[in-house]
Ligand binder design. Sequence first.
Ligand SMILES: [Zn+2]
Ligand SMILES: [Zn+2]
Ligand SMILES: [Zn+2]
Ligand SMILES: [Zn+2]
Ligand SMILES: [Zn+2]
Ligand SMILES: [Zn+2]
Ligand SMILES: [Zn+2]
Length: 1778
Amino acid sequence: MAAAESDRDPPSALCSEFLNFSARDTATRWLEAADLKHEVYRHLAVYVPRILCLGPTPGGGGAGSSREEQREELACQLLLLAPLEWFLLGEEPSTGLALLQEKNQPSPLCGHVFKVGEPTYSCRECAADPTCVLCMQCFLGSVHREHRYRMTTSGGGGFCDCGDAEAWNKGPYCHNHTPTANTRDSEADPTALLPADMVARGYSIFSIILKYAVDLLTWDQEDQVPAGLEPPERGDTYYCMLFNDEVHTYEQVIYTLQKAVSCSQKEAVSFATTVDRDGRKSVRFGDFQFCEQAKSVIVRNTSRQSKPLRVEVMHSSVVAHQCFALKALSWLGQVIQYSDGLRRTLCQVGLQTGPEGENSSLVDQLMLNDSKMWKGARNIYHQLLMNSLLMDLKYKKIFAIQFAKNYRRLQTDFLEDDHERVVSVTSLSVQLFTVPTMARMLMVEENLMKTIIRTFVDHLRHRDLHGRFQFDRYTAQQAFKFGRVQSLIGDLKYVLISRPSQWNDQLRVKFLEGLDAFLELLKCMQGMDPVVRQVGQHIEMEPEWEAAFTLQMKLTHIITMIQDWCCTDERVLIEAYRKCLSVLSSCHLPEGEQPISLSVAGHTVETFRYQVSQDKVSIHLPLYRLLAGLHVLLSRTEVASRFPEQLPLGELSPPLLIELPLRCLVLCAQVHAGMWRRNGFSLINQIYYYHNVKCRVEMFDKDIIMLQVGASMMDPNHFLMIVLSRFELVHIFSSDCRKRYREANKDVVQQNNTLIEEMLHLIIMVVGERYVSGVGQVEPLEEVRREIIHQLSIRAMAHSELVKALPENGNKETGLERVIDSVASFKKPGVTGRGLYELRPEWTKHFNLYFHHYSRADQSKAEEAQRKTRRQNGEDTALPPPRPPPLCPLFASLVNLLQCDVLLAVEGAVLHWAVEPSGGGWTESMLQRVLHLVGVALLEEQQQLENSSGDDDVTFNYTSKITRPGEAPSTSGSVLALLESLQNAPHLEVHKDMISWILKMVSNIKTMRERSCSTSTVAVSQGQGPEEMVRDKDKAERKRKADMARLRREKIMAQMSEMQKHFINENKELFQQSLEELEASTSAPPERSPPGLEPMCVSQVCVGPRRVGGAEPRQLVTCILCQEEQEVRGHGRAMVLAAFVQRSTVLSKNRRRSLPDPERHDPVFMHPDLSMGVHTASCGHIMHATCWQRYFEAVQLKEQRRQQRLRGHTSYDVENGEFLCPLCECLSNTVIPLLPQTRPPDPSVSHPSLEAWLKLTNQQTAVLRYTHRSQSGGVAEEAEPVVPEGFRVDFAPQNPFSSSVSEMVTAFSVSAYKVGLKVNPNEQDPRVPVVVWSTCAYTIQSIGTHTHTYTHTHLRGRADAVCLSERLLMDEQKPLFGSLPCRQDDCLSSLTRFSSACWTSAPVTTTHTHFVRLFTALHPDASAADAPCVLDMDMFHLLVYTVLSYSSVHTLDQSRWSSVDSAHLHLLHLVTVAHLVQILLTSTTEEVCMDQDGAGSQEEELTCQLYDRLRKHLSSVLPEVTSGWQLYRRVKVGILPFLRSAALFFHYLNSTAPPADLLVAGPGQWEALCSYLSLPSNLLQLHQSQHTQLEPLIQRWCCHPGVRRSLQGGGAVVQFPRESNRLIDLPEDYSVLINQASSFTCPRSGGDKARAPTLCLVCGSLLCSQSYCCQTEVEGEDVGACTAHTFTCGAGLGLFLRVRESQVLFVAGKTKGCFYPPPYLDDYGETDQGLKRGNPLHLCAERYRKIERLWHQHGIAEVIGHAQEANQTLVAIDWQHL
Ligand SMILES: [Zn+2]
Ligand SMILES: [Zn+2]
Ligand SMILES: [Zn+2]
Ligand SMILES: [Zn+2]
Ligand SMILES: [Zn+2]
Ligand SMILES: [Zn+2]
Ligand SMILES: [Zn+2]
């Protein structure tokens, strides 16, 4: 970096200026000046370079720069802006501005400009279009709050539309912006409210400043400033300015910068970030040479692959003035906020045409130079435009006209530029074009529609010979341009989005001109990307297809909108139809096709030879489809019948109209038939999108309509023959070709079968699809309803699935909400899954198996589902067609297709083939379709009969036609006769129901006809009679059959479930794996108590000489790998339990404590804040140690091979010892060896008193200490202590375990040590056993804590404490025992037994040393100066450590005088008393007051006594407490978690069954707990009875200097009980979170908005995730903010909420993570990951609690493991960068 930085001293240079400068005087001078501009420029010329040209980093970056910036800011304000304000206001600026604001009569527009990430709201009921949005403030104060609204996050730019009456159909004003008496009439001139001289001054100063800013922002000389601004003294100071582009990556820029200006990686990142954000950044400051040198390096380094990065060496004065120009623009934006009058003045200045005439206003200059400016400059002036021109209705119009005039040029500039659209001035179109009146005006006056379309077409220059678009030869550059040019379609959409309610001639003319341009565009698309069937070889290269479909997709809404416009005006519609037709005829079929004539069933038609399978065919036919759409409108608006003379209907040639759409449909059929396999995926994709919901409205749907149009105007026989011919099936159905299948090969037969099926389906659609308003007589609502019915006929669906299946209109609406509740019922979701809609049963009768939007897969699923429900309801399984709605008159003749001779011949043929069991000659689907067609025809006839008054006007007579025998050459009987003969054919069992239905219909219709002949009017009602009777009888029979079937089914089900139960019993372990189950079992007591939990009626004691248990003689387990049974013995083959050890902060009460230094950390004493512990979990699966080792080696080997092959990660880290349990795939990283139970106590050994035991232990520890010191060459002159009798320091106990068990003992110890301390394995480290004990203690403690889930978060004062204590004592919680799932129980018992034996694998003396230290802390003496104070130890950990370490000391005592159990009991008593003291010391720091209630009990008295003792030792530090009752309550509540944990510990240590009272919730828990622990239920008696022994101890505890220090406020004191930690509280409404996150700025890059704000659910920190700026180095690697945070907050494990994505993120370590569904649901019971749908989201407390439970149970790592196993793509994500 430049050396200049240090030797400058800018503040002092400016200081004197500050003092001498007077803004007022300057302003006065200006007022008097003759040439104001000259004066102002002179001022700027002097001061701007001095203030803003200070060195290498103007504006941002680096550490000390923020102070620098502040100084700069201050100087700007005082020296530059203040004079302007004085000049403008004529008085002290702050008063003047306040006065202006007070007098201002604001327009009701809100105009709040959105920041990136800020929530925006749109009302789906009232917004004119989806771009109309409200800011959060306005939304909360609006009526739309109660409506159906959509919430999204802003991408930045754009403003709140509150107050714009045109944007909202209802409720345009929020609470704050409702017009009042003070609101100005929008027509009135706001400048009239200001004093005339101020307006004049404003005008002149705004002109100068705006001109200054425009000149500088558009300035293109690096070395010169504009005239009048030359600095008084010009130095050789330059900046090397780096500009942003979208070509080079972050990494490239950072790398280059490090080389070019030799800065650190960090500085380079900071430069790159600023360049990306602001568009430019100076990277070097110095003399010209110095900067030029850096420039050449950058250019050289980046020019290799692409065009080089843009770098310029600029003179410092130019940069300084440009800086100030931006500040001046911001200033203008601020000043006009105070007064609408000033705003109007500024608008005037901005749009005033200059002397150069056209396009010479300052705003024009800015716009036209937009693409030349850097990002930061654009942002600031765009913001000013929004604050000024767009907020002033009069000037908004003028500006819009200017914008439209320059539209083509601006767009061209944008296309040449490479910046994103949000920073282009063209993005303002959304603000201008979406205002309907404005759009209309621009269309009329500036011919906007035509301009946009023409500009668009002109930019797509690549055409083929026929003038069609050609995308396949696009270069990358052109593809990029194609991407950008699409934004024009967006503009067109804005213009067309609201239909005009009133037309005038001008609008008609301009719209039709626009339509002409649009038709030209469609003409260029017509026939794009033609395909030819590939025969022989597979295509070599997949042809390009996406561009064409992208275009089609983008235009879909436009095409629909244009039709909507046409629909509102008859004249426009007629004219549009004519135009469309004439363009269509100008691009007709290629000539020269050979005419042929076809004849089928006695009819003949003239057509020409064309085969889809051999000739060119294209999917893109937009002109035909538009015409089809317009034709439907002619019918819907009845224009066709009212003005037939104006329509060119006579010119239509139906065969030509249907030709191309038909080819397209045949292409689809042939692709289905497998004829186009060699054409590759490109074609398959095209066919997919052709039917896809995004395109089908203007593709597939319109092709069907076009066939309907054609068929309705043609002889039905001719139509069908052409169809047959295009399907290449004529020869099969024509008279002379009956021997079709004899000679053909199998593939051809199959192909033809599929083609016949497809053709029949097409005919079904052409006659049956009538739900388009205009084709059939339906309301638009019915169309949506039918879609929904058919979706839900497949299965119940979630709201979002339905939305996806329905086409959206231009307003992003599907119409779903209007009908859904009438056809479906909603089923709420549980804790997982989502809410589902189910079809109401009464709507199933509308189900149509051949619904045109079903894919083949949908169809078969729906068929299956429908048949199933029908069977369940005991109905027949026929799925006849539903009754179709009547056709509109224009399409009425379509029905004749059903009864025409050709179709009858086809039907007859298929039925005839079906007589013989299929030999490949026909298919069931074919038959099914024919039956469906027959059904449709019968329904049609029935309906016509019902609606007619007599037989005469029913022209449709299908029944009579099918009764006639087939004409020659089909010598078979009539269709009806064929059906009758098929009815009982055994090979047609499946279709039997359908055939019976048809036959019944036929007889029914016959009856109707007969009746209508005799008694014409009553025919309808009576006509139902006989059929009904037949039905009833039939129904009864069916029901009987169904019942029998049900009985049979039930029997089978019963057998099945019996087998299943058996299986479950056998595999019980297996079924307890999933976490769901784990939860279930913790919330309800399991049916089976784990072994050792059988309740005992006798009094159970788990600790001390009277303890029971350990009596179970043999413990047999089965290895999951080899299935052999094995007894657990110390000397046998080792058995192990798969386990997972992890660090945990779940219980932490202090997240600010920094992580311990792994090498020096001393874990012997656990602080009561439990800031970090080691947790062990297990899935409970047992293996032989040898079996496991073999398994693990195999895993390692496999992983090595896999890594060589794929070089990817797996979900587990083998190098760190991780593996998946071979049975349940649970993530594990070690194994716990199973050890035998402890033996029952020896009754012959005496139980010494506390006094005797203390004396002995003191002697023992003294000896040990002395020995250790002398061994290490320590203090030799110390007197040798008395050695108690039989105590042999040098005794070496025999290892009680076989080598195989010992090996496993070491293995687990070392892995716990490795994970717990994060160090390299070292079995000699004395800390090894301590870590094992600590994981035992911590794991038990986490269960002891979390089985109590307090419902209250805080203990506030007494009332809550009492409430809490009552609840605990009244035992509302779960019982201590009996609620643990099996696997946890197994894990804890093995872990505890293991911990008690792990010292055997460690060097003996280390355990002794630990015991000595621990004991000294509990029993301090003079020699123990370094022991921690009583407030700094977690007592449960102390208890576990002392108990577990004592065993090793006890073995030295060969006298066998006392038992280990006595020692355990004494230790428990001592620690309990210490904990009592600890609780008393800490519980009264909060002031409590409550009247005493009467005489205290014994407990209370004793509590007071003890408390008084403590006060005596600590006098002033402890407050006086009057209520013994309250103190005792506190003690009792505070100590309960400890007692519970202790009970668990001794239960597992000694295998003592718990007493019955502790197995179930209920009264008497406290007493049971105390007696189980061999404690008096009045705990204070412990102190009372051993008064003499304990008193000196208590005194020593209290006198530890640490106690006084802590209580006097030296750090946070942990209070008891420690509440269980909870995840942070989340707001109910998700948008609150979004709002919070939107104002969150990255803590590193000076006020920049964080792109991925992420919330830590554990501590509530907001982080700037997934971004370079906030990467931190952790353990030698750069990691993102989330990962870094987990290391301080969660010991490597984290739970986050990604706010913009609405997604929960779990992270473990640096390489593992997964996403998890957020606890926020919309009203349809669905999450919205990615916030794509925008439905309002609300907190689901149960789901949040589920996440919390997962965390409490240490299950996050396992969830990640399972997620990564299930979804391999998760493995590839770089989690550490989040
Ligand atoms: Zn607003
Ligand atoms: Zn508002
Ligand atoms: Zn609304
Ligand atoms: Zn085994
Ligand atoms: Zn397992
Ligand atoms: Zn956190
Ligand atoms: Zn950041």
